[in-house]
Design a protein around this ligand. Structure first.
Ligand SMILES: [Zn+2]
Length: 230
């Protein structure tokens, strides 16, 4: 099992292999081929079937394989998986595949990393209905404080990426209103290291880098530490 140590920057969701001693990152594997070809990794990973890569007819085999590897010690979380209303795959089908993965996360007691595009209402409703016992971490969160509040009320965590650096993004405006004990930072597909996001986030919050690191480290412990002890 991998874990960050105090003082490290945590990049909760990335598709890039970062190799800096002061960054702890969770690399996300999301394609059917990445699930099929899974081999124990030397670094922390999350693994799940992304809604973009659902191939009807192949989902049972992929989910079965995911279920068999979810217990592996290098797998820190399940996902990213989720719902994307910008793609053509039917909502019902996406929801079904998502819930199967949410079920796996419950079985192995690991957090779920969620991809959510234009589906906040639907996912908030699924949280109410399912009352997950493991943390649901909404990655790439870029919305206003009302949506944030609704999700946090259900126990969700929000992970924020490079949209934070865009002047007109929703998250650059709502960020300072979010409770620090429910946030993570991530690079996703952004090619720059996560400490650049820490710098901007601590500037917006008027806290030191150290304070922000400690807050996110504690969030990590709460999400990943506690669920492991259950
Ligand atoms: Zn991603």
């Amino acid at each position: 099992m991998f874990a960050p140590f105090p003082g490290q920057y945590i990049d909760i969701h990335t598709h890039i292999s970062w190799n800096y001693p002061h960054i702890f990152s969770i690399k996300s594997l999301v394609k059917p081929s990445e699930i099929e070809d899974y081999k124990t990794s030397e670094t922390a990973i999350s693994i799940g079937l992304h809604p973009w890569y659902i191939v009807p007819g192949k989902e049972h085999a992929i989910i079965a394989k995911l279920k068999s590897i979810a217990v592996e010690p290098d797998v820190m979380a399940i996902g990213e998986c989720g719902i994307d209303l910008k793609i053509e795959t039917a909502y019902g089908f996406q929801e079904k595949i998502f819930l199967k993965q949410a079920e796996i996360a419950e079985e192995v007691k690991k957090p779920l990393i969620i991809h959510c595009v234009r589906a906040y209402q639907q996912l908030a409703k699924l949280m109410v209905q399912n009352k997950p016992g493991v943390p649901w971490i909404f990655h790439g969160f870029n919305h206003n404080e009302q949506v944030a509040e609704e999700l946090i009320k259900q126990g969700a965590y929000l992970s924020i990426g490079a949209d934070l650096l865009k002047d007109n993004s929703k998250i650059s405006k709502s960020f300072i209103k979010l409770p620090m004990d429910y946030i993570f930072l991530e690079t996703d597909e952004w090619q720059q290291p996560v400490w650049k996001l820490y710098a901007e986030a601590s500037r917006l919050l008027s806290v030191t880098d150290k304070v922000l690191k400690e807050a996110i480290f504690q969030n990590y412990q709460r999400c990943f530490g506690l669920v492991k002890e259950v």
